[in-house]
Design a protein around this ligand. Structure first.
Ligand code: AP5
Ligand code: MG
Length: 207
């Protein structure tokens, strides 16, 4: 099953993908997580994209498309995948059509207040990347990841100004993908306003 998770920043794409990928036994491929890893490792790519990501802008299409097209050739993606955060504009969506066939696109529906509450309290594990939330899903010991003992931190792009920019970018260049995939008849909507468990239950009902 080849899946795309679409939705605004903070909609819960990464959180649900963390549950859905082991459930379906397919890899969770998050372009944002790959970029954050490159930044943390100080690679050439990471150095080049850091300022733009921190400010809430997008990485350029050729870089992102190359990265995903190469990632999808790896063995684990042969049985399917969850793409989280890709495609993010129409150029990327059309490129994806040339190297893979998407079966379903899950569109996460949430209003701006919900997004702001989620991003304001998000804490991410530096080691395993798990998304905690100080109110909705806190680690047992403050600032320490329950899953791997890593340190949890606030993403640089979760600052107020960057979140505003990310929402603007989403509305302008990513939201049109909803109509693109609806037109192909493969769009499924998930109401992402509830808690994590009911959303996962709704997801499981799709399959
Ligand atoms: P990316 O990492 O993809 O960020 P995003 O799309 O803005 O999405 P987020 O990760 O912020 O939100 P999410 O929907 O995963 O929510 P989460 O599950 O964490 O991209 C980052 C940057 O990389 C981009 O801005 C861009 O610069 C670049 N980039 C990435 N892909 C690109 C591409 N294709 N092209 C160009 N550039 C690209 O949940 C949020 C919080 O809410 C968490 O704290 C979580 O614990 C909590 N939560 C989640 N679900 C629930 C729930 N149901 N109830 C209560 N709390 C919940
Ligand atoms: Mg995410």
């Amino acid at each position: 099953m080849n899946l795309v998770f679409l939705g605004p920043p903070g909609a819960g794409k990464g959180t649900l993908a963390g549950l859905a990928a082991p459930y379906l036994n397919i890899p969770h491929i998050s372009t944002g997580a790959i970029f954050r890893k490159a930044i943390a490792a100080g690679t050439q790519l990471g150095i080049r994209i850091k300022a733009n990501i921190d400010a809430g802008g997008l990485v350029d299409d050729p870089t992102t498309i190359k990265l995903v097209s190469e990632r999808l050739t790896l063995d684990d993606a042969k049985k399917g995948y969850i793409l989280d955060g890709f495609p993010r504009d129409i150029v990327q969506a059309k490129a994806l059509d040339t190297f893979s066939k998407v079966d379903k696109v899950i569109d996460f529906d949430i209003d701006d207040d919900g997004v702001l509450a989620r991003l304001a309290g998000r804490r991410v594990c530096r080691k395993c990347g798990f998304n905690w939330h100080i109110t909705f899903n806190p680690p047992k010991i403050a600032n320490i990841c329950d899953k791997c003992g890593g340190e949890v931190y606030i993403r640089d792009d979760d600052k107020k100004e960057s979140v505003k920019k990310r929402l603007e970018v989403y509305r302008k260049v990513t939201a049109p993908l909803i109509a693109y995939y609806r037109g192909k008849g493969i769009l499924v909507n998930i109401d992402s306003r509830g808690g994590i468990e009911p959303i996962f239950a709704a997801f499981k009902r799709i399959f």
